[in-house]
Design a protein around this ligand. Structure first.
Ligand SMILES: NC(=O)C1=CN([C@@H]2O[C@H](COP(=O)(O)OP(=O)(O)OC[C@H]3O[C@@H](n4cnc5c(N)ncnc54)[C@H](OP(=O)(O)O)[C@@H]3O)[C@@H](O)[C@H]2O)C=CC1
Ligand SMILES: O=C(O)[C@@H]1CCC=N1
Length: 273
């Protein structure tokens, strides 16, 4: 990937776990200077420690400086405890970019009193291969320059959708933030069903995985929408129609997905505060 837009002059990543680490990889690939990055994480993984050593990224410096951008990649439940140490690192010119599920812009400002400009974003894990989907919303104080920087950072991970209202971000969390887990569960369930139908477990696992990755690739390459692609597989009176009669019945996948997304959205609301 080549440089995309206005990457920040300095960036502090707080919490370089699964999601923060994935985003960091995308930023470096997009051209962010590793010497402009500081990572704060009390127990970084071996991979992050090795990356920092290899690329000259500052890891847990004794006296971290104010940065143009502070990315919060810790768990929502850890915000309150982390905020004490982070507050002095947030100045009036700092853009706080949070990926914490549930934590509102007001929550972030309450925990980090120096924060003015806040972008609340919800990425997803395919960011680790540059194929993420992110929803984002900016506080009123975010300048055009800061928004361009946020756009560059988020777009390094893939698709970015700016939202009209912060209230929508819990729905984004429930759909695309958590969504990759639903897809991986589909692979697991399809493989298990294949075993029940008589396949060897390894064969079923390989077929299920290739079916989902192949369908994703087709969905991306095709101008047709998902419903039409589904119809393209479904021969009248054939095997797919028999399966879809089960999946599309009233209490089928649509209802289950609706309940699942509603539960995730509800949980995001519970994580606020
Ligand atoms: N995983 C995903 O697919 C997505 C996650 N998110 C959001 O990303 C955030 C992180 O999730 P995820 O990456 O899965 O979680 P991880 O546990 O993998 O990453 C969090 C990291 O933060 C570290 N950490 C804990 N406390 C502090 C602290 N005080 N200062 C600095 N670092 C700290 C953790 O260390 P330790 O392990 O030692 O606690 C860990 O390395 C969450 O808020 C989540 O809502 C958003 C979208 C998708
Ligand atoms: O499960 C979670 O809470 C986080 C947010 C979206 C994906 N993972």
């Amino acid at each position: 990937m080549t440089a995309i837009g206005r990457l920040p002059a300095s960036l502090t990543l707080v919490g370089a776990g699964k999601m923060g680490g994935a985003m960091l990889a995308g930023w470096l690939e997009a051209g962010l200077d590793p010497r402009a990055v500081t990572i704060l994480d009390p127990a970084p993984s071996g991979a992050i420690a090795a990356l920092c050593a290899e690329r000259g990224i500052a890891l847990n410096p004794a006296d971290p400086a104010l940065a143009a951008v502070m990315v919060l990649g810790i768990k929502p439940q850890g915000l309150e405890a982390a905020a004490v140490a982070l507050s002095p690192l947030v100045g009036p010119g700092t853009l706080v970019l949070s990926i914490l599920a549930g934590k509102t812009i007001a929550d972030l400002k309450a925990r980090l009193p120096g924060a003015r400009a806040v972008v609340r974003a919800m990425p997803n894990l395919p960011a680790s291969v540059g194929r993420g989907a992110t929803g984002a919303v900016a506080s009123a104080e975010v300048t055009a320059e800061q928004r361009a920087v946020a756009e560059a950072l988020l777009s390094a991970a893939g698709l970015t959708e700016w939202l009209d209202a912060e209230a929508q971000i819990d729905a984004v969390t429930a759909v695309s933030g958590s969504g990759p887990a639903y897809v991986f569960l589909l692979v697991e369930a399809l493989a298990e069903a294949g075993v029940a139908a008589g396949l060897a477990p390894e064969v079923a696992a390989r077929l299920a995985r290739a079916t989902v990755t192949g369908s994703g690739a087709l969905l991306e390459a095709s101008p047709e929408d998902a419903a039409q692609l589904r119809r393209n597989v479904t021969s009248p009176g054939g095997t797919t129609a028999a399966a879809l009669d089960v999946l599309m019945r009233e209490d089928g996948l649509g209802r289950l997905m609706g309940e699942a997304v509603a539960a995730a959205k509800r949980r995001a609301g519970e994580l606020s505060g």
